[in-house]
Design a protein around this ligand. Structure first.
Ligand code: RIB
Ligand code: CA
Length: 313
């Protein structure tokens, strides 16, 4: 039986790895990319939105509405990940002015309209801070019946990256993450423990370069800058390509092994605020409220990612 493409909204903060997640989602026959929404995180929401438009323009992705969302977290001010993604949020390559437009609607309004109008429940793939998703659930609680699943890149079953115990997306807006994990919706968490298995090694870059295409070369430039940030900040020899892992989970769930686990978001800890506390051994007796990714089939992941870029020609 032919599998119908899965309708998704991609909520993102481009961001180098977000950029490749957009390319993967838009190219995949298993996905019907209904909309792209942006949120402040790796850079300001204005810069993230411009970057989403840039990537769609370069790749020729048209007909997917792009809407800007929250400029900052539910509480406090935005903590920007410029130390990884640079001043533009997509440092490395040079981009011409984008031709793909931004729609006038806000991200939450576009999400609400697209989900309400779609005949099937929609999956939200959230690969930035969860502010837009939390706002959607708060302003339109009935929308939950029309959401198939929320698949996030965020959190970790062990240590953090932006602070010792908090992964960046969750750290930026812990209250939003808490709302999502307590929503009762099907939540799948692709955390650092699994995205660190998706390393863009020199062999991977060589495969992108061997495509001999403008987009393949753009990915090499993006990953080279991203890699320099990861080496300077965390001493990684090769950078982990976080966000496309969440998209790969939607495309082919067998590529990302997940286990049902209780997950709590720390919102109060002086040193641990933004941590995802994953009760791996079910010691708390709390119910499983998320599918937590534990293993990645890296070989099939990279075949999927590189194959998607190749498909643009
Ligand atoms: O911690 C990694 C996450 O934070 C990724 O989504 C990256 O794009 C940044 O948003
Ligand atoms: Ca991101």
């Amino acid at each position: 039986m032919v599998q119908m493409p899965r309708p998704i909204i991609l909520d993102c903060d481009p961001g180098h790895d977000d950029a490749l997640a957009i390319l993967l989602a838009a190219a995949s026959p298993e996905i019907d990319l209904l909309a792209i929404t942006t949120v402040g995180g790796n850079q300001t929401v204005e810069k993230c939105t411009l970057n989403a438009r840039r990537i769609c323009t370069v790749a020729g992705i048209t007909g997917v509405p792009i809407a800007a969302g929250a400029a900052g977290p539910l509480l406090g001010s935005l903590h920007i990940g410029g130390y990884v993604h640079g001043e533009s949020g997509l440092d490395g390559p040079a981009f011409a002015d984008p031709t793909v437009p931004q729609v006038d609607e806000s991200a939450v309004d576009l999400m609400r309209r697209v989900i309400t109008e779609h005949p099937e429940p929609v999956t939200i793939v959230a690969i930035g801070p969860l502010t837009n998703v939390a706002l959607l659930l708060r302003v339109e609680p009935r929308i939950a019946d029309r959401i198939q699943e929320i698949v996030i890149m965020g959190g970790s079953t062990d240590r953090g990256n932006d602070t010792p115990y908090a992964e960046f997306n969750i750290r930026v807006d812990p209250e939003a993450a808490d709302i999502v994990f307590r929503s009762g919706l099907k939540v799948t968490m692709c955390g650092l423990n699994v995205t660190h298995q998706a390393l863009a090694t020199p062999e991977v870059l060589a495969r992108f370069r061997a495509l001999g295409t403008k987009l393949g070369d753009l990915c090499v430039e993006l990953l080279t800058f991203f890699g320099s940030s990861y080496f300077k900040t965390w001493g990684f020899e090769s950078p982990p390509l976080h966000d496309p892992v969440a998209v790969a989970r939607v495309i082919d769930p067998s590529i990302v092994v997940c286990l049902p686990q209780p997950v709590a978001v720390e919102t109060a800890g002086r040193y641990t605020r933004g941590a995802t506390v994953v009760d791996l051994h079910h010691l708390s007796g709390d119910p499983d409220n998320a599918m937590v990714a534990t293993e990645l089939d890296a070989e099939r992941f990279w075949d999927l990612m590189i194959g998607a870029v190749a498909s643009y020609g």
